[in-house]
Unconditional design. Structure first.
Ligand code: SAM
Length: 292
């Protein structure tokens, strides 16, 4: 039995064997600390009935651990150089499918239908590449996938934004989207030394547990997120100003915007960062007939 992939020695051995060189442009920082893997796996609450979608398996450090604990793993890797490595290194596991695709472009529903017909709970797990972290999280949230939980390793600065509350510097449209669909929790901080090569910043593991129902009722989800993004477009500007300049045709709808703000009980000179998710929902519902 080989040693676990997540150790400096075995990772180096695999990299040397395949002559693999890291691509910074793909956010390739591989985990070499088995304790962190244990924490990710424990936080995801995986058991042998679960199906797991992994984003970005790298050389398989996390994939290996997920395969040992779950029924089935389907792992999306964009870098073609890693496909033969993964197939070789994880060859002993009959419950792993390696999918050579850009996760952002992949049809995840189709993969779920093909790979997980008889799995119990479905999870998405990944040590996310930092250059597309928020786009990946947004894809997982907005595609209405039959997933119970997500556990992600992200840069600490992004992790802080996911669970941020109003009136804090980290609070923004990403916080609102994540908290609309899930309950976010920070699992653990991860030092730079847990990766090869070492990134410039510390990381954090977060668990996002899907809500059964959103915490607020909105007339149209896409429109709700358009409004929240508009209100944070220029953080120093008032909501009124942002809405007028960011919403399509907003400059000609000053009166209607003002009316919707007052109806929602929101002073037009407040800034986006002071609004709760309930206030954003009231505002978006009031603006929907104006712009929707
Ligand atoms: N899971 C491995 C680990 O923890 O050691 C590797 C994590 S590394 C931070 C991110 C991985 O995501 C890399 O293997 C990279 O090639 C892959 N990746 C980057 N962009 C991707 C994309 N758009 N779709 C799928 N995989 C991607």
């Amino acid at each position: 039995m080989n040693k676990a992939i997540a150790s400096p020695g075995r990772t180096r051995e695999i990299l040397d064997k395949y002559g693999f060189t890291f691509k910074k442009s793909l956010g390739q920082n591989f985990l070499i600390d088995a304790n962190i893997l244990d924490k990710i796996v424990a936080a995801s609450g995986i058991d042998e009935t679960c199906g797991v979608i992994e984003i970005g398996p790298g050389i398989g450090a996390l994939t290996e651990r997920l395969a040992q604990k779950s029924k089935k793993v389907a792992a999306f890797e964009i870098d073609g150089r890693l496909i033969p490595v993964l197939k070789d290194v994880l060859g002993g596991y009959g419950n792993v499918s390696i999918i050579h695709q850009d996760f952002l472009k992949a049809d995840i529903r189709k993969t779920i239908a093909e790979e997980f017909q008889d799995a119990g709970d479905l999870l998405i797990v990944g040590n996310l590449p930092y250059y597309v972290t928020t786009r990946m999280i947004m894809k997982c949230l907005t595609e209405d996938l039959p997933v119970s939980r997500m556990v992600f390793m992200v840069q600490k600065e992004v992790g802080d934004r996911l669970s941020a509350k109003p009136d804090s510097k980290d609070y923004g449209s990403l916080s609102i989207a994540v908290q609309y669909y899930t309950v976010p929790e920070i699992v653990t901080k991860v030092p730079k030394t847990a990766f090869m090569p070492r990134p410039k910043v510390d990381s954090i593991v977060v668990r996002l547990t899907k809500r059964e129902h959103p915490p607020v009722g909105v007339a149209d989800e896409t429109f709700f997120f358009t409004v929240t993004r508009s209100c944070f477009a220029q953080r120093r500007k008032t909501i009124m100003n942002n809405l007028m300049h960011q919403m399509p045709g907003g400059k000609d709808k000053k009166e209607e915007i003002l009316h919707a703000l007052l109806q929602a009980g929101i002073e037009p000179e407040r800034r986006g960062e002071s609004l709760s998710i309930e206030e954003f929902a009231r505002l978006a519902n009031g603006l929907y007939p104006v712009f929707g």
